[in-house]
Design a protein around this ligand. Structure first.
Ligand code: G3I
Length: 380
């Protein structure tokens, strides 16, 4: 955090917006949420309870100005809501939801079940489900969904019910303590189906979403195939699932992710198949990994903006997509800065988001704005 940002944080009211904002957003100064609204799209971001985000008045003011919807980056995860069994902690999520409601900003929920065991609360993995493990696991899942959905009620209109169930390495469904307890065979599909049925029972008003990070590149082909197979199976079972959350952590993740147009073609095929099955779409966690772009900031920012433009022009063209959320607004707070698999070989800080550490708009913001302005309007 720089001195300038700290000083900004101390200002009050409208003055909280960074000085560079007006100049960087063009004469009209149209916000991203206003541009989105004209197209029937909701634009927003993830926000985290940390000092540099929800705790920073300047950052909050930026979110308020740019966003019509937010999602908690971590605070509604099971790990956060119930870090120890029967010891709930709703306060950080409640504070965000109260703020959003006060500002007229919608909030979506992320997530009821994170499939990788690593991201379930540690106590779930050690749970003794008793002599009838399937009933025990169902009882625990029911209690969790009931507690969380009843707590937030209709204030959360869209839930990521299951997060990242498909293993990108082989396209198979991930196993965890719940899937193992629910079935002695494959297990995972039963558990995923049950998760959605419970969500439907306790949040009948909500859009129920499966959220994952498959991309268009060849390295992601098994991942895409696995997600399609799972969605088809859920359709067959009549599972109450409404939409696929496209996390959209795009950019140069690995060597295979650099085929430009060919990747976009695969992505289009994938989106066609998902929408063909009758699922709605959302962009849930957009950012651009710049790890293989040059160190030079102008070149890097231009590369990030160009990759975003290509991806967004295609993805936003799908009329079934009506929410578009970033995974943070400013580079310094991005998860990519500290994620083991993400770092640049030159170890420079990454620049994956539309604002820099001093909350100055970057070319990525302009690219997002242009893609939104160019997209076809959604039907009311
Ligand atoms: O809050 C503690 C802090 O008290 C402690 O000092 C610090 C030390 O490591 O950890 C802090 O918690 C971290 C938390 O982020 C808040 O910063 C956790 O260790 C860290 O694991 C956690 O990472 C989050 C990750 O999900 C796992 O929950 C990232 O912020 C968050 O961006 C990331 O988000 C995921 C989506 O949920 C699903 N899709 C992929 C996306 C990126 O990985």
């Amino acid at each position: 955090m720089t001195t300038r940002r700290t000083a900004l944080g101390a200002l009050a009211g409208a003055a909280l917006l960074p000085k560079a904002f007006a100049a960087d957003t063009g004469a009209a100064g149209e916000s991203l949420k206003e541009a989105a609204k004209k197209k029937g799209l909701r634009f927003g971001t993830a926000i985290s309870a940390g000092r540099n985000q929800f705790g920073d008045p300047a950052y909050r003011a930026l979110v308020e100005r740019e966003c019509g919807i937010i999602v908690a980056e971590n605070e509604m995860k099971w790990q956060a809501l119930e870090p120890r069994r029967n010891a709930p902690n709703f306060a950080p999520a409640d504070a965000m939801l109260a703020w959003a409601t006060d500002k007229g900003i919608a909030m979506r929920g992320h997530n009821l079940f994170w499939q990788a065991e690593k991201w379930l609360p540690a106590w779930v993995a050690k749970e003794d489900f008793g002599a009838r493990p399937a009933q025990g696991a169902e009882r625990l899942m029911r209690k969790h969904v009931k507690t969380v959905c009843e707590h937030f009620g209709k204030r959360i209109g869209s839930w990521d019910v299951v997060n990242e169930a498909v293993d990108p390495a082989d396209g198979k469904l991930r196993q965890n303590a719940l899937t193992r307890a629910l079935s002695s065979s494959s297990g995972a599909i039963e558990q995923i189906d049950l998760a959605f049925r419970l969500a439907h029972e306790y949040a009948p008003h909500a859009q129920l979403v499966y959220n994952d990070y498959m991309r268009g590149d060849t390295g992601s082909s098994k991942h895409r195939a696995g997600v399609l197979a799972m969605l088809a199976e859920l359709k067959k079972r009549g599972t109450p699932i409404h939409a696929l959350g496209l996390q959209s952590h795009i950019g140069s993740w690995d060597e295979s992710a650099d085929r430009g147009k060919a990747d976009l073609l695969e992505w289009r095929k994938f989106l066609d198949q998902v929408s063909g099955m009758g699922y709605d779409l959302l962009i849930t966690e957009f950012d651009v990994n710049d790890r293989r772009l040059p160190a030079d900031i102008a070149k890097r920012d231009a590369g990030v903006a160009a990759a975003a433009r290509d991806y967004l022009d295609l993805t936003l063209s799908y009329p079934r997509l009506s929410d578009f959320l970033l995974w943070g607004m400013a580079d310094n707070i991005s998860w990519l800065q500290t994620w083991d698999e993400a770092p640049r070989t030159d170890k420079l800080p990454m620049r994956p988001l539309p604002y820099d550490a001093e909350l100055r708009a970057k070319p990525l913001r302009q690219a997002i704005l242009e893609s939104i302005r160019a997209m076809p309007a959604r039907q009311a």
